[in-house]
Every structure is written in C-alpha cells, then in structure tokens.
Design a protein around this ligand. Sequence first.
Ligand code: PFF
Length: 457
Amino acid sequence: MPSDLPEQSTSIPRFGFSTRIGFVLAAAGSAVGLGNIWSFPAQVAENGGAAFVLVYLVLSLVLAYPALVAELMIGRYGQSNPVSALENLPEDRLWRPVTKVTAIIAVLMICLIFSFYSIVGGWLAGYTLAPLFESAMPDTASWLKTFAPTRNFVLAVAFIGLTLAIVNGGVQKGIERWSARLMPLLVLLLIVLIVAVMTQEGAEEGLQHYLIPDFNRINGSLILSALGQSFFSISLGVGAMMVYGSYLKRDANLPGVALQVCLLDTGIAFLAGLLIIPALFVALNLGVTIYLPDGHLANSDTLVFEVLPALFNNLGVMGIPVALAFFSLMSTAALTSSISMLEVPVACLTERGGLSRRKASFVICSGVLVVVAVVISSFDPLFSMVVNLTTGYAQPIDSLLFCLFAGWLMGRDRKLQEIQKGWPGVEHSLFWKVWPWYIRLVCPVMIASVFVLEHIG
Ligand code: PFF
C-alpha cells in the first residue's frame, strides 16, 4: 500500500496513485485513446478541416476544462465510486435520488462506450498483429484486416480480455505502470511520422486543410460534434474522471492537474490530426476513395484504417516495422482508456455490491460482450447509434448535470476546502473568482445552447 493514501477513510480501503505524475499520466491515459487518433481526425475530415479543429480547441478549454475540474473534485471529495460520490454530494437529502440516478445512467453509458470501444480496439489489435503474419501467413493477415462479423467479434473479445487482465491487477500495478511507460513513446512516434508524411505528395494540401479555417463551415451541427468529441476525448460525463479523482492524493492541486490532463489530451489529438489529415490527402493522391461525391466521408468509422496503411506502404522497407510500432502504441493507448472505462462499474460493484474485484470485472465484461455481439450482428445502424447516443448526447448532458451538482448542491465552502487541500491560497486566485460561477451558470448554459443551436441549424 502506498504511504500517501487519502486520510479520509471509507469502509473499503482505496488504492492510491503513488506519485502525482503517475496520476497525471494515468488520467491522461484514460483521456488519450481512440478518441484522439481514430475519431478526432475522422471528425475533422467530415466537418471541413481547420474550422472544426478551432472550435474543438476552444471548447476543450472553455467547457471541458472547467467540467473536468468539477468531476475530479466530486470524485476526490466523495472518496468513493461515482454512484456513492454523487449520492452523498447534496446537503439536502431530497436531491439524493436525482444525483444517484444521474450517476447510474453515467455508469450504464460508460459500459455502452466500452462496448463500441472494444470493437474498434479489436480492429486496432488486428492491424497490430497483421504485419507479423504478412509474409508467412498472408491469409491470416488479410483475415485480421478485413471487416467481417466473426473477425470483429473475435478481436473485440481479445480486446476485452486484455482490459480485464489489466484491471484485475489493481489501480496501482495496472494503470499507472502502463500509462507511464508508453505515452511518451506514442508522442515520439507521432512526431517522427508527421515529419515523414510531410515529404509526400499531397501532404501540403492536407496541412492547409488542417490549419487554415473556413469560417463558413461553422454551424450548429459542427459545434455539437466538436463538443461531443471534446468530452469524449477528455473522458467526461461518465464517471471515469470521478473515479480517478477519488484515487488522487489529497494534496494534489485539482485545477493544475486538470489543466495538465486537458493540455496533454488536446495536444495529442492535435498531433494525430497533423499526421492523419495530410496522410489522408496523400492517400487521395494515390487514388484511395475517401470522400463520396456528396462530400461526405465514404466510411468515417474505418477512415484511419484506410489512410494509415496506405501511408505505411509508401514508406518502403520501413513500412512494416513502423506499422507494427504505430498500431501497438495505439492499441496501448486504447487499453489505457478502456481500463478506465471498466474501472468505473467495477468500483461501483465492489464498493456498493460487495463483490470481489475479479468477480465484478467478469460480470461487467460478460454484459459488455453481449452488447458487443448485438451491435456486431447489426453493425449498420447499431454501431453509429451507440456512438451517437453516448458521445453526442450522454456525455455532454451528464457533464452538464455534474457541473450543476457541483455548482448548486455542493456549498461554496465545501468546494473551497476541497480545492484548498492542494492549492492553499486558491481563494485569492483568479481561478476561484471565476470557476464557481462558471460551473454554476456559464458551463451549463453554454452546453445547453449548443443543443439548441444544433436544432436551429
Ligand atoms: N477519452 C477516451 C479516448 O479519447 O479514447 C475515451 C473514453 C475513456 C471515453 C473513458 C470515456 C471514458 F470514460
């Protein structure tokens, strides 16, 4: 057990992160994943390039960051799983059923996210393994890369199995170790690949598309997509950051830690876009079909899996090792996110239901497998429906509610005391002058307006 366990005791002892950087890397490990590398570039490509990037960056700072501080704070204050933390948050008992139901919905949503995430995580695993079979067993390599229900299911099961193995290892041993070692490698490889792609034909046009905004493209639906993408990428509104907050040391500076996680996550998304959008234009140049005649992406779910292999093939002999390294690091990033997803229901079942960690994770994974099987059996339209429901609606709306709960149901003094633990003197800071009002009013109103705007068009 680490020496810096939170002093506030609960009936069940909590694991802690041994170092501050360990926490930042683990929370960033939850944040950085398929959202950054699979869905962000596809959203950029679908929504007109730089205009989307700009709105995304602004929303991450002005909405996701303050909401992240609120979610981490609720978690650390509650020192328990999200359902208990939210249930016990209001001083007025009348509100407890409301906060509890919101938490239960959030936990169900994170299980749904875990199910579609495992399908994409499985594709990634397939692309990671394929280069190993390419010369000796080409049929296996092609099976691993070809979209089909059996392959989708088998690989999703493998991805869930890996997640299960890590979560059973416990917070400290599993999450911290994985995140801390591999994140810097991923950043390094992204930078090397960006340099490599820039030398190829078509890349410059891609770079312009990514960096020079066409403001006419900004409308309600672009803003809603950017909002959903930002909250998905920072793992908000489904209890993941709340659970991680509950494992955080009492003297950690919440606004500071949240800012680091936010910057790391958006930074890596930006880097991934800087690689994939130019690579997409290189692929277009090579004749790969990316857009339909109506301007929409031919296949946004699998865009990255079409664009990147085309890029790697272009790298000659280096193509295979680079593909292997890239897809392994991406799979790891996906795993450090999926372990945070599984951690949420597991924390609820162990702490509230008295189940062992092992049993709880088996129960959850079995349920998720059933959902995975249903989604795969009717991929079109179920897959995009689940993605849309969870990331487009549940995450922003739940996050809005968390802000309201932190803002209105948790008194100003309790909030101040919680934040002061890691930032003595915060009451004199600009942060404290702005943030409490911001999460009470500005965040909820802005999130709600995005939904209204989307309907107006
Ligand atoms: N933020 C993760 C990503 O960008 O891939 C996805 C995610 C993790 C969403 C954990 C929600 C969550 F609770």
